[in-house]
Ligand binder design. Structure first.
Ligand SMILES: Nc1ncnc2c1ncn2[C@@H]1O[C@H](COP(=O)(O)OP(=O)(O)O)[C@@H](O)[C@H]1O
Ligand SMILES: [Mg+2]
Length: 196
């Protein structure tokens, strides 16, 4: 099986590839299409959820998004990746993150968009799962901001064209660069990207 990775995508090891549920998938495009279909199908369920800030919900969301695709959907990763915290700290860090975000909401510590974007950034920084962390953290963040009363984020789709590979690559670069600024405590670029 051939996998092609664009910049910022997490490589999957050989053993992890064994964990793909659909046996007919041969190419990255087929995999993407299969994953996208699975994710699209859970949207009605996702939009009905209320208690988003819990470890249990974050696991369930991943399981629902990728449960037809990967055997380990909804399970935390057990090995180290090039991105992400040490695997054994994932559960406690997610718990802490949920508590911090609840506190920020209760005390209006930042604008609602900034709170949601801080949540997104820390969620991908933790990188709880083997794969799908970006999509999971963007959806979790969209659900949160919608529950808080704002519209969902556009994640660059107003600025960049999804049907043009080079534009898609620029979008990815802008997103990763904004995440790196957020690593240093500057959330402005990521907030701007998420609404652009
Ligand atoms: N250099 C980086 N620094 C911080 N986060 C990154 C970096 N590269 C990728 N990411 C985050 O990790 C995600 C990719 O991880 P992955 O688990 O493959 O998610 P997905 O399969 O949904 O793309 C990106 O969408 C981004 O959110
Ligand atoms: Mg990936």
């Amino acid at each position: 099986m051939k996998f092609i990775f664009i910049e910022g995508a997490t490589p999957i090891d050989e053993d992890e590839r064994q964990d793909l549920i659909p046996r007919h998938i041969q190419t990255q495009d087929e995999l993407n299409a299969f994953e996208n279909l699975n994710i699209a199908q859970i949207m009605p369920w996702a939009h009905k959820q209320q208690n988003l800030l819990s470890v249990r919900f974050l696991k369930t969301l991943h399981k629902r998004m990728f449960g037809h695709t990967w055997k380990w959907a909804g399970e935390f990763r057990k090995s180290q990746k090039n991105i992400g915290i040490e695997a054994y700290r994932i559960e406690s860090e997610l718990h802490q993150l949920c508590g911090d975000i609840q506190y920020q909401i209760q005390h209006t510590a930042f604008s609602l968009d900034e709170i949601a974007i801080r949540f997104h950034h820390r969620l991908v920084f933790i990188h709880a799962f083997v794969n799908g962390n970006g999509r999971h953290a963007r959806l979790a963040c969209d659900l949160l901001i919608q529950n808080l009363g704002n519209s969902g984020f556009s994640w660059g789709s107003k600025t960049y064209n999804h049907n043009d590979l080079s534009s898609l690559n620029d979008m990815r670069k802008a997103y990763i660069s904004a995440l790196k600024s957020a690593d240093k405590g500057d959330y402005e670029k990521l907030i701007e990207f998420s609404r652009g």
